[in-house]
Design a protein around this ligand. Structure first.
Ligand SMILES: [Cu+2]
Length: 360
């Protein structure tokens, strides 16, 4: 039982829980004590004759009326909490959540940002719109600390909401057994200050729409990767998506003999240049377990390529400007469009940033 409830709803749920649970415990103790008392009081060697009670109106009314009142009281306490859970405040921000076998993904419709974790500002009501692709299975979106849980149904829309009164990191679980890796449907909910949230949003927007630069391809310490700018944490991305096969230390220990070691480029199909690793991440390697990762942004792919190269025992070859230009041409990286089509990337970024920075 986590300490200090973080929201109004969670306190309301706890209240109902302790009321019903407490009443259950009291009844158990009371009935057990009475039973033991009667067993002793009326045991056979003390009482040989029993009295027959044919009916007792007052007693019957009492044991009907009192429990009825208690149960109605339970109902109202539960109903009040339920009402609270269903009544999304008007000023709530929306986060769209999709549950798939076996991960959650988050989309911020106002800013058109997708993310693998949920980040929200403190004290802000958040409406969580839930769905799953039509060909997926049932899931259930559950944030235990906030005592909110809702079924996620393929092809249908459901919702829940919460507002956190304190910052912190909370677990998001799937609470509906949904197949082999059900247990891995765990994600983080980060509740952060208003400022930190804006900063996070800005870096998420930039990560998608900021044009890639040649300097970033040659320099792993390019400031755009760092927490001050795009906030790309290649180590965490690697640990999440790659380490299971390639090993945390890049030694290929995850899947013996199959996934490549990153200490050398021996047996690699492409060179360990940043642009070549970028291609591998775009397209995967056909016929092997190395799949494509189309959801990464260009900056993330480059950061990840630098991280992979950092395992190399000897410094891997550098990319030339021609390599970079070929990559830009191959994936039309110069044509990345902002969300509203037909406006320039600069204009889209401007608009998005203004939107994100506007006071709620
Ligand atoms: Cu699930």
């Amino acid at each position: 039982m986590p300490i200090a409830s973080p929201s109004e709803i969670s306190r309301e749920v706890d209240r109902a829980f302790f009321l019903v649970g407490g009443a259950g415990v009291l009844l158990l103790l009371g009935i057990t004590a009475t039973m033991i008392f009667f067993v002793l009081k009326y045991r056979r060697d003390r009482v040989t004759r029993t009295s027959q009670v044919e009916g007792h109106l007052l007693l019957e009314i009492t044991w009907i009326v009192i429990p009825t009142i208690i149960v109605i009281w339970f109902f109202f306490v539960g109903y009040r909490g339920f009402g609270m859970m269903r009544a999304v405040p008007e000023d709530a921000m929306e986060v769209r959540v999709t549950g798939r076998q076996w991960s959650w993904s988050f989309y911020y419709p106002e800013e058109k940002v997708s993310a693998a974790e949920m980040v929200v500002p403190v004290n802000m009501p958040v409406k969580v719109s839930l769905t799953a692709p039509p060909d997926d299975v049932l899931h259930s979106f559950y944030i235990p600390d906030f005592r909110v849980k809702e079924d996620v149904i393929p092809g249908r829309d459901t919702y829940l909401w919460f507002a956190s009164e304190r910052t912190g990191v909370f677990n998001i679980f799937c609470a509906e057994f949904c197949g082999k890796d059900h247990a891995k449907m765990i994600t983080r909910l980060r509740v952060v200050s208003e400022d930190e949230y804006r900063h996070w949003l800005r870096s998420m927007i930039m990560k998608r729409f900021k044009p890639l630069e040649y300097q970033a391809v040659t320099d792993p310490r390019h400031p755009a990767f760092g927490p001050e700018d795009l906030n790309i944490d290649a180590k965490t991305i690697y640990a999440t998506y790659c380490a299971s096969c390639h090993g945390v230390n890049g030694d290929g220990s995850g899947l013996p003999g199959l996934a490549r070691s990153f200490v050398t480029a021996q047996d690699w199909k492409h060179s360990p240049k940043v642009t070549d690793i970028y291609r591998t991440l775009m397209e995967g390697i056909a016929g092997t377990q190395m799949r494509a990762y189309p959801d990464f942004t260009p900056w993330e792919r480059v950061a990840l390529a630098h991280y992979v190269r950092s395992f190399h025992a000897t410094p891997p070859p550098a990319d030339t400007e021609e390599d970079y230009n070929a990559l830009v041409a191959a994936y039309e990286l110069d044509k990345i469009q902002g969300p509203g089509d037909r406006i320039s990337i600069e204009a889209a970024m401007e608009a998005l940033l203004r939107e994100a920075e506007a006071d709620p």
